[in-house]
Design a protein around this ligand. Structure first.
Ligand SMILES: [Zn+2]
Length: 435
């Protein structure tokens, strides 16, 4: 169903006004009816227009009077072209200065970009094997020796020409444009226990939002005909193209994911209405309250939306998923920076979000492809210390520099509590000494 888009009309008219302001004159031969320009029927990015001479011709020859064109009239009598071609026809760019030409080009480029933003955003769920490809792509004119820019559009199944444009905040994410090898762990999820997917929104074929989707179910058991409980799914941080429409985009992705996986957070009896089972968790982000209120608005307004969602009080912003994720190996050549599942237990092959003191744990908190040793903060001096280079005293972690072996007690004590005995060359705890 075609509908005139008032936002598109505003963009087109504002483009004309702005070009007039840089004193580029109108092309008199291109005498069109400015009142009825709109988005074209055939293509939402093209402009639909009619010449005044044609309006007169239709009245004189066929008795057809067009004041507010119907869809049929637009199809039949109107012409359609891109905003750029329209601007080139509408204005006389012969003999303008280089400065005027640059302004002209900028105005048209901005109008085109604004019109692109009006396109609907399309949702796709991708298998984990495609995640490295998505991360690897980056719009950058330069790149570097170690990381050449990868601007080449790519296809995933039937989604063709995927790319990220220059003015897209996803480019600014710390992992975007990194080598594919950094993400091998994401392709190596133990699918007999856990599942990883990526959700994206595209506009045209540009990626305008992406998020990792972690699922606490074997891949083979994901059956979209069956309802899934919210605690079985965790939507990781949602990266978006622009700040401007950020919450709207994130809300759309949130909804689409919940619909796609048939998430049901309605509880049958009231007794567990506050339980973890029916609570939707969503990765921490600064505009969380904005998203939550948009989700609530959205649900109230649109009756077509997922009836399974009970959004009154069961959606939380929380960086702790209620499950861990198993991978197939205990070590990888490279590691990504992880927003949520940042701890990799090399003994159990589990990715988790638990702050733990175990020395088997690596932290995925680097952007250069390497994981960090699990370090703890010394409760005395505050320095980051590997688990093996410290000890626990009264349940506090103390680094080796801040602790001393006490022979009397046969345990380590804080250096600040130690008193040296010159005769025996031993340390004593000050509490054990008689004064
Ligand atoms: Zn210390």
């Amino acid at each position: 169903m075609y509908k005139e888009n008032s936002e598109f009309q505003l963009i087109a008219k504002s483009m004309i006004t702005q070009i007039e302001e840089v004193k580029i004159s109108k092309n008199d031969k291109f005498n069109i009816c400015l009142q009825t320009i709109a988005n074209a029927v055939c293509n939402p990015l093209k402009i639909s227009y009619i010449k005044k001479s044609k309006i007169v011709g239709l009245i004189e020859n066929a008795g057809i009077v067009i004041t507010e064109p119907t869809t049929e009239q637009r199809n039949k009598y109107y012409s359609a072209c891109t905003l750029r071609k329209f601007a080139n026809n509408y204005f006389d760019t012969e003999g303008i200065t280089a400065e005027q030409l640059e302004q002209f080009n900028n105005i048209v480029a901005e109008a085109t970009a604004a019109a692109n933003l009006l396109l609907p955003k399309t949702f796709h769920i991708l298998d984990a094997e495609h995640i490295p490809q998505i991360y690897n792509h980056k719009h950058s004119n330069t790149g570097s020796c170690s990381q050449p820019a990868n601007n080449e559009p790519f296809n995933i199944g039937k989604i063709e020409g995927l790319h990220i444009k220059e003015k897209n905040d996803i480019n600014a994410s710390c992992m975007q444009g990194k080598p594919k090898q950094y993400f091998e762990i994401y392709k190596d999820i133990n699918t007999d226990a856990s599942t990883l997917k990526m959700a994206i929104l595209t506009q045209g074929s540009e990626i305008v939002a992406r998020s990792l989707i972690w699922i606490d179910k074997p891949e083979a058991e994901i059956d979209r005909r069956k309802k899934m409980k919210p605690h079985e799914l965790y939507i990781d941080r949602i990266y978006t193209k622009t700040q401007e429409h950020r919450s709207e985009t994130q809300t759309q992705l949130f909804y689409e994911v919940n619909n796609y996986f048939n998430i049901n957070n309605k509880t049958e009896n009231n007794s567990d209405s506050n339980s973890n089972i029916s609570s939707i968790k969503f990765a921490n982000c600064f505009n969380w309250y904005d998203i939550k209120s948009k989700i609530q608005e959205y649900t109230k307004q649109d009756s077509k939306l997922n009836k399974n969602l009970n959004v009154d009080n069961n959606i939380f912003c929380n960086s702790n998923p209620s499950f861990d994720v198993e991978v197939n190996s205990d070590s990888y050549n490279y590691y990504p920076y992880a927003d949520t599942f940042q701890h990799f237990n090399t003994w159990s092959n589990m990715l988790s979000n638990d702050e733990s003191s175990d020395s088997d744990i690596l932290r995925l908190n680097n952007v250069d492809g390497e994981a960090s040793e699990n370090t703890r903060c010394c409760d005395d001096c505050g320095s980051d210390t590997h688990e093996d280079d410290g000890t626990y005293i009264d349940d506090e972690f103390i680094c080796n520099d801040c602790s001393i072996w006490c022979d009397d007690r046969e345990e380590s004590i804080r250096a600040s509590d130690a008193v040296y005995n010159n005769c025996t060359s031993e340390y004593h705890h000050r509490d054990d000494l008689d004064y």
